[in-house]
Each structure stands twice: as C-alpha cells, then as structure tokens.
Design a protein around this ligand. Structure first.
Ligand code: FAS
Ligand code: PHB
Length: 389
C-alpha cells in the first residue's frame, strides 16, 4: 500500500490533518489501532477555541457543531463558593464553543469517509522505518502485518503512540512537569449548575462544572494522582461536588445518573523538535497540557493546520522551508499554551506541599484576576485562543 502522507492515529490531529490535506488534493491514509466505535465514544476535551470553530465551519465539518454546540461568552471562577464571572466576549470580543471532542471526531470521520478518505480502523502501527528517505509504516490488521509506504509520516498517535519513540535517541529533548494530583471526571444525566463553566477553587481541592448539553454535565474533582476510582462511589462524588461548589443547601447542583467515571493524570510535557527527517509529530504525540486551560485538542488542531500548509507548499512548489520550520512555528503557540495551562492549574488547585505563604499568594492571584480588567483580559485572550496567524 502506498500514499503521499501516512498518518498514525485517528484522533483530532490525525483526522483533521487528513481532512485539510484532502482539501488541497493531497492523499493520505490513516492507521488507527482502535475501532471506529471506540474512538467516537472516547470522552476527552470539551472546549473549542473560536478559530477552531471557524476552521471546522469553513472546511465543511461544522454543521452539526453549529446546531448542537453551545456558544459560551465566558466562564465563572468560584472562590470558596462565591461566583466571579469573566466575560470573554466583553473583554476580547470572542467566545468559545462547548462541543465534545468525541463529537468533533465523529464529524471528521463521517466527512473523511464521505470524501473517499481511507481510515484503517483496528490497524495498529508497529514501527516506522526509513524516516530519512522513504518512510514505511509497518502495521497489524486482521492478524496480518502489512506495510504502508509514504512520502511523509504524520505522527498523530497521542502520548502513548509509537511515532515519538521511533525517533532515535539523542534527537529529542523532553521538557516535563508532573502534578501532585489528578482529575476524577464524571459524565452525568443532569443539568449543569450554570450555563457557563464554573472553575471552583476550594480548600478541599479544585472542581470544574462543565457540560455537553443543557441536560448532560461533565464534572471534575481534583483527586490524588494514584486514586482508585472504585473509592469514589457516586454518592461521594456528588457530596464533594456540592461542597466545592459551596452548595450548602444542596439546591444549586442537580444530581443524576452517572454515565461515565474515570481518572486522568496531570502533566505538562513537550518534546523539541517536533519533527525528524520525514516524520512530523502533532498534538499529544508532541505535547501534553493539564486540561485546566482547555488547550489540548485546540493545540492538536493548530499543529496540523501548520503541517498541512507546509505539506501543501512542498507538493505545490517543491519548497521545504515551511516543512523545515514546522516545529519552530508550532512551538511558539505551544509554549504559550503550556504557560497558560500551568497558570490556570497553579491558580486553581490545592498543592499539598504549599506553605501558608503559597496559599496567601494563590488567593491574591484569584482576587487579582477576578477584580482587575487587565488580569481578566489576559486570562480571556488565552482561553478563547491566541491569534493563529
Ligand atoms: P489522541 O490521543 O486523541 O489520538 C491519538 C490516536 O492515535 C488515538 O485514537 C489512538 O488510539 C491512536 N494510536 C495510538 N497508538 C497507535 C498506534 N500504534 N497505531 C495506530 N493508532 C494509534 N483536553 C482538553 O482540552 N480538555 C480535557 O478535558 C481533556 N481531557 C482528557 C482526558 C484524557 C483521559 C486524555 C488522555 C486527554 C484529555 N485531553 C483533554 C487532551 C486531549 O483532548 C488531547 O489533547 C487530544 O486528544 C489530542 O488529540 P490527538 O493528538 O489527536 O491525540
Ligand atoms: C470539558 O468540558 O471536558 C472541559 C472543559 C474545560 C476544561 C477541561 C475540560 O478546562
């Protein structure tokens, strides 16, 4: 099998890369280790930056998002139960779209298949050879090992994929920070406590009140990083959510059937460079942010927009300047998103090792961002998405 761009991974990065390349007449094949049903139901991110909404709409995959997504003008920061709205629209003229990542994945898969795109599900990439000149991706499907030959490899296989680890030792530099907590997340058949998201700071730990629709909530609690989800029965989760929301009367947060429950680890991670010879790492294969800044999926889309432009220039003109500059271009945005995600995480979570001084400083940060227009604007412009061009 042969194509122009071999893509490993059918997450937002791989699917969007294939879609953008198709629009420029460039062929690709996606190898995805999981089934279509699995990737379409894997709950991940929930917030799209405004330019991602525009890109999906302008490239013909935004119709359902426009119908079913929820446009939000801002967020609330809750400090010990008291809400402080931050209105992005007033501060920046922009908002964000709440629309689950798995919905974006469904829309992109449907569009790729409708356009004749080739996505091989349950096809696990095993190794990548000859990245320097004639890349070949060895993969297993239907019990048989097969080979996909290509001009370039899109390493879109997430943090645990094989593309980053296919790059020889000594090429990449890793930058990493792990956090002393994780997030317990639930999906519940219950209305969210407010139209806008609530990022709640509380002495017992952070909580996030998000949603997927007016009747389905996506709720998170800061927990220990190695917690066993079995120690969090539904009743305990709801009780902790009420407390951290400051819902003393138990009237603001409606409970409901818990549809999904899981724990996500927290880390900041970047590899530099994000490319080696004819392989280009994108999204979680190259970087991870703590989800407090709602950046993960948006960064993945930004990477593949840059890469699709570079590959288009190469196939159109033979020029490789944009390809050579791929990593540098992406890292300008990535490190700003890393800073913002670290900022939001540090401001809103309780750190076990914090001293009394740290706790007062943290409260001052919260008081500042909820009382200063300048500070709120800085948060808002990062949250809605810094300019892409
Ligand atoms: P993805 O991980 O989405 O996709 C990679 C794909 O490659 C997967 O489908 C995988 O099956 C496939 N793959 C891996 N190895 C392969 C192989 N050898 N062969 C073939 N296929 C292979 N971000 C937020 O903004 N907010 C959130 O709340 C949030 N929650 C998250 C919860 C979890 C548990 C995780 C892991 C991440 C979360 N993120 C969140 C971040 C998430 O949204 C990522 O940023 C986003 O999925 C990145 O997309 P991709 O780079 O496409 O990687
Ligand atoms: C979500 O809805 O899953 C979500 C929203 C905002 C975040 C993280 C997750 O910062």
């Amino acid at each position: 099998m042969r194509t122009q761009v071999g893509i490993v991974g059918a997450g937002p990065a791989g699917l969007m890369l294939s879609h953008l390349l198709h629009l420029q007449g460039i062929e690709s094949v996606i190898l995805e280790s999981r089934s279509r049903d699995y990737v379409e139901n894997r709950l991940r991110a929930g917030v799209l930056e405004h330019w991602v909404v525009d890109l999906l709409t302008q490239t013909g995959v935004g119709a359902r998002m426009s119908r079913e997504g929820l446009m939000h003008d801002g967020i609330n920061i809750s400090i010990e139960g008291r809400l402080h709205p931050i209105n992005f629209k007033t501060l920046t003229g922009r908002g964000v779209m709440v629309y689950g990542q798995h919905e974006v994945v469904k829309d992109l898969i449907a569009k790729r298949l409708a356009d004749g795109g080739r996505i091989l599900f349950e096809a696990e990439a095993l190794q990548v050879d000859d990245i320097a000149a004639n890349p070949t991706i060895h993969f297993r499907k239907d019990g048989k090992t097969q080979v996909l030959a290509c001009d370039f490899v899109g390493g879109c296989d997430g943090f645990h994929g094989i593309c980053r680890t296919s790059i020889p030792d000594g090429v990449l530099t890793t930058f990493e920070r792990t956090y002393p907590f994780g997030w317990l997340g639930i999906l519940s058949a219950s209305p969210p406590p407010s139209h806008e998201l609530i990022y709640a700071y509380h002495q017992r730990g952070f909580a996030l009140f998000s949603m997927r629709s007016p009747t389905v909530s996506r709720l998170y609690l800061q927990c220990d990083p190695d917690e066993d989800v079995a120690t969090w029965p539904d009743g305990r989760v709801w009780e902790e959510l009420h407390i951290r929301l400051g819902d003393d009367a138990r009237t603001r947060l409606a409970e409901g059937q818990v549809l999904q429950k899981g724990i996500t680890a927290m880390r900041s991670f970047v590899v530099e460079p994000m490319q080696h010879q004819r392989m280009f790492l994108t999204g979680d294969a190259a970087h991870i942010v703590p989800p407090t800044g709602a950046k993960g999926m948006n960064l993945a889309i930004a990477d593949v927009l840059v890469l699709s432009r570079a590959l288009t220039a190469f196939y159109r003109t033979g020029g490789s300047d944009l390809l050579e500059g791929y990593s540098h271009t992406c890292l300008q945005r990535i490190w700003k998103a890393q800073r913002f995600s670290w900022y939001m995480t540090s401001m809103l979570h309780r750190f076990p090792a914090d001293t009394l001084f740290d706790q007062r400083r943290q409260r001052a940060e919260l008081d500042y961002v909820t009382s200063s227009k300048a500070a709120a604007t800085a948060l808002a412009e990062n949250y809605v998405g810094l300019p892409m061009d």
